[in-house]
Design a protein around this ligand. Structure first.
Ligand SMILES: Nc1nc2c(ncn2[C@@H]2O[C@H](COP(=O)(O)OP(=O)(O)OP(=O)(O)O)[C@@H](O)[C@H]2O)c(=O)[nH]1
Ligand SMILES: [Mg+2]
Length: 457
């Protein structure tokens, strides 16, 4: 009887110790590669039997017995469109930019390694939950700690900085003019529309602007046309009627409390591991102002997920994130000789935020990877020197190119140094890929090990 009881206790311990469910939160701005990453992750896992994944230790030890996609219990959330993503790749297209939420649950059955645990249960399984969503919505996270006045103040500080200040003239004029007169509901609607148009100009510009808030103003989803989106920030020097101030504040509060808060509450609660994807190539192309703006945007995001006592996220969710992986996606845009530089660049950019998170006892790792490798490294001759380049199909014209993108700096650059650099990172199309085996990648196995490797005890 005593043995039976001990065994029961051991099994309970094992269950807890093995932590059978893990929730991975993939964060990243629009275009940073979230959907490509999830597609590749599923492809690597579902084809693991014949896959090359040497940095995933449990796999290298041949302890992964099988992987399957299982039904998620939250029946109201659509399933991640893996099949659609694969068929897009088969027709040489990238999966479409995401416009709504989806979720996937993958179950991995594995052989237990720990010799004590193994006696009780030779096999175990780990369920991984992962969600995909439009990157634009992520930028609403910092709004949760703001009220209408602080948000307006922050907005105009941001709008007066380059590069976005170059696009803000029309908006400043509209808000100044219209607010001089008493504002009817139709004036408010019109101004809100002009505000959205300004945000869309920022998003579509080639200047590399990132902090485009509120996210639903760019990608409203099912809120298209809803009055909750009829608000805009008011500059502090403009005096508006109490009635208008109250209306705008009410809508801001409604947006924050009834749209943004439930979104983060539902999808970001109980996250165990966080992966932050960053497209560093875009800022290298766009230059200093874009770099600074991305740095500030990401730092703001990281510290919104911050785990400090005073933070809204902590107060609400008691998060248990114990690992943050900051990853530079699309490493196939640069030759392997520059991967270390790419990592150093990312690390330098986020050093302060990383330091802050690390101080709170959270493991932080920085990596470079490519979810779907669509280029190959080649050596090209230039002025009788060999130059490490990449060869791929240029997205814009569907022609094969050999591209030297420029040398990524390993040390932070001054504004002058930035102005002297020229980068030429181009977008690549999807070549002919076999999709009934693991998708070609760079370091997805390292990322899998960092994200979940410690769960295969
Ligand atoms: N070469 C290369 N390009 C990539 C890779 N991953 C993503 N891309 C490019 O980046 C684009 C955006 O990737 P997505 O995965 O759609 O980005 P996202 O973060 O899901 O963006 P949203 O859905 O808009 O939030 C793709 O259409 C590709 O052009 C990669 O591993 N290699
Ligand atoms: Mg996406």
């Amino acid at each position: 009887m005593a043995i039976k009881k001990q065994l029961k206790q051991a099994v309970e311990l094992l269950d807890r110790g093995l932590d059978k469910n893990i929730r991975v939160c993939v964060t990243g701005l629009s275009g940073s590669g979230k959907t490509a990453f999830i597609t590749s992750l599923m492809s690597q896992l579902l084809h693991q039997k014949k896959a090359q994944l040497p940095f995933w230790l449990a796999h290298a030890e041949s302890r992964i017995l099988g992987v399957k996609q299982i039904t998620y219990t939250d029946l109201h959330i659509p399933e991640f469109p893996y099949k659609e993503a694969i068929s897009a790749l088969e027709s040489h297209q990238w999966p479409k930019s995401t416009i709504n939420i989806s979720q996937s649950r993958i179950s991995i059955k594995f052989e237990v390694k720990n010799k004590w645990l193994k006696r009780i249960q030779p096999h175990s399984h780990l369920n991984i939950d992962i969600i995909d969503y439009p990157g634009e919505w992520l930028l609403d996270l910092p709004l949760l700690d703001l009220n209408f006045i602080t948000w307006s103040k922050q907005f105009y500080e941001w709008a007066n900085k380059k590069p976005q200040s170059k696009l803000a003239d029309d908006w400043h004029q509209s808000v100044n003019n219209l607010l001089k007169a008493p504002s009817s509901e139709s004036d408010i609607k019109l101004l809100a529309k002009e505000f959205r148009q300004f945000l869309v100009r920022c998003k579509d510009s080639s200047e590399g602007i990132h902090l485009i808030q509120p996210g639903r103003f760019i990608l409203p989803g099912d809120l298209d046309g809803a009055p909750v989106l009829d608000f805009f920030p008011v500059p502090s020097h403009v005096n508006i009627s109490d009635e208008l101030a109250e209306k705008l504040e009410q809508r801001f509060n409604y947006y924050r409390d009834n749209i943004v808060k439930p979104f983060f509450k539902e999808y970001f609660t109980s996250v165990d591991r966080q992966l932050l994807l960053v497209d560093v190539l875009k800022v290298l192309n766009c230059g200093y102002d874009s770099y600074r703006e991305l740095q500030q945007t990401l730092s703001k995001l990281i510290t919104s997920f911050d785990y400090g006592q005073t933070n809204w996220f902590k107060r609400m969710f008691q998060p248990k994130i114990n690992k943050l992986i900051i990853a530079s996606s699309k490493s196939d845009h640069v030759p392997p000789e520059q991967h270390n530089a790419m990592r150093a660049f990312l690390s330098n950019m986020l050093i302060d935020a990383e330091n802050q998170v690390g101080y709170q006892g959270i493991d932080v790792a920085t990596v470079v990877f490519s979810a779907i490798q669509v280029t190959e490294p080649v050596l090209a001759e230039h002025e009788s020197k060999k130059l490490a380049c990449v060869k791929g199909i240029e997205f814009e014209n569907n022609k094969e190119v050999i591209n030297y993108p420029g040398k990524i700096p390993t040390e932070p650059m001054s504004k002058k140094q930035w102005s002297e650099q020229r980068y030429n990172f181009i977008d690549y199309a999807v070549p002919d890929l076999a999709t009934d085996k693991q998708l070609p990648h760079h370091r997805m196995d390292r990322l899998i090990e960092l994200l979940i490797g410690d769960k295969f005890l």
